[in-house]
Design a protein around this ligand. Sequence first.
Ligand SMILES: [Zn+2]
Ligand SMILES: [Zn+2]
Length: 346
Amino acid sequence: MQSSNAPTRSAPADSDSTGATASPPESRSSSVGESPTVKPATAAIASDDSQRLPPPEKTRPTRVLWQYVIVLSVVHLIAAFAIVPWLFTWSGLIIGIAGHFVFGMMGITIGYHRLLTHRGFSCPKWLEHTFAILGMCNLQDSPARWVAIHRMHHQHSDKQDDPHSPLVSFLWGHVGWVIIRHRDFDRTSHYERYVRDLLRDRFYLGLERRGRWFFIYLTHAAVITAIGALVGYLVGGSGEAIRYAASYFVWGVAVRTVFVLHGTWAVNSLAHVFGYRNYETRDASRNNWLVALLSHGEGWHNNHHAEPRAAAHGHRWWEFDMSWRIIRMLEMVGLAKDVVRPKSMR
Ligand SMILES: [Zn+2]
Ligand SMILES: [Zn+2]
């Protein structure tokens, strides 16, 4: 998909695998390449069978998580109703696009990933919790579960214990791992190991109880739908209220949720298979411009694996990273502190 004339570099020596302050010691071992040899940019490797991995041992015997299959199928099905012209409204589309930034970028990219997983910056608790709430409005599980899985990914990137390496199969890395049970994800020891720091905060601990995060997702969907009904009523009375409510539900909730889901999943699948490498990391991570565009900078994934704690994922001037711009703005107004910069920016 991508190629580049940019030479690969050995990754900075001080990078760790998660950057998380409370991550287990072994997860802090270097995840980056040892060889300083400059190599040409590497091409896709998925076709090389010698690189194939078996799925994580803890996913055997295979057990389908039907609740995930059903919920994800339903949201995709609702999103497919976007092809019905009656359900299209311009304001519904705008709510969907705005939601991609507000919930997708602020919640997942900045909140779940750069802040909660890697502690690439710090901010006031009220803002951190706000980012986490926005994150839950994307149907991507609770903060603790998401962060634990992602720290595990950095610890074992593209090895058998990586929960979602596309070297098992592209589909596995994209969505297969979501719907197949991983025994560790239900164990308290898994959470103690990977997210002890997060669960010290009663806010995150409380969200683990009785699927509260899912209730937050449903609540946000109801609020957006209600706003649609109100706008429709103001525009054209009760007839339009129904159409606008349905439009906001389809475009502002379902289409956006599906878009953000696949953006996040593409980081795990596409950005570990297609693209170029600035750094010789020990994993298959790639910088992929398409994924970077769809996920507000997360597609500069080889850079991220080389320096996981860095809050900026674009390391070259042309590697545009919208999330980093927002974090910089938060820093300028005094809301983000201890911002970790990559070596190229220091
Ligand atoms: Zn990765
Ligand atoms: Zn990460």
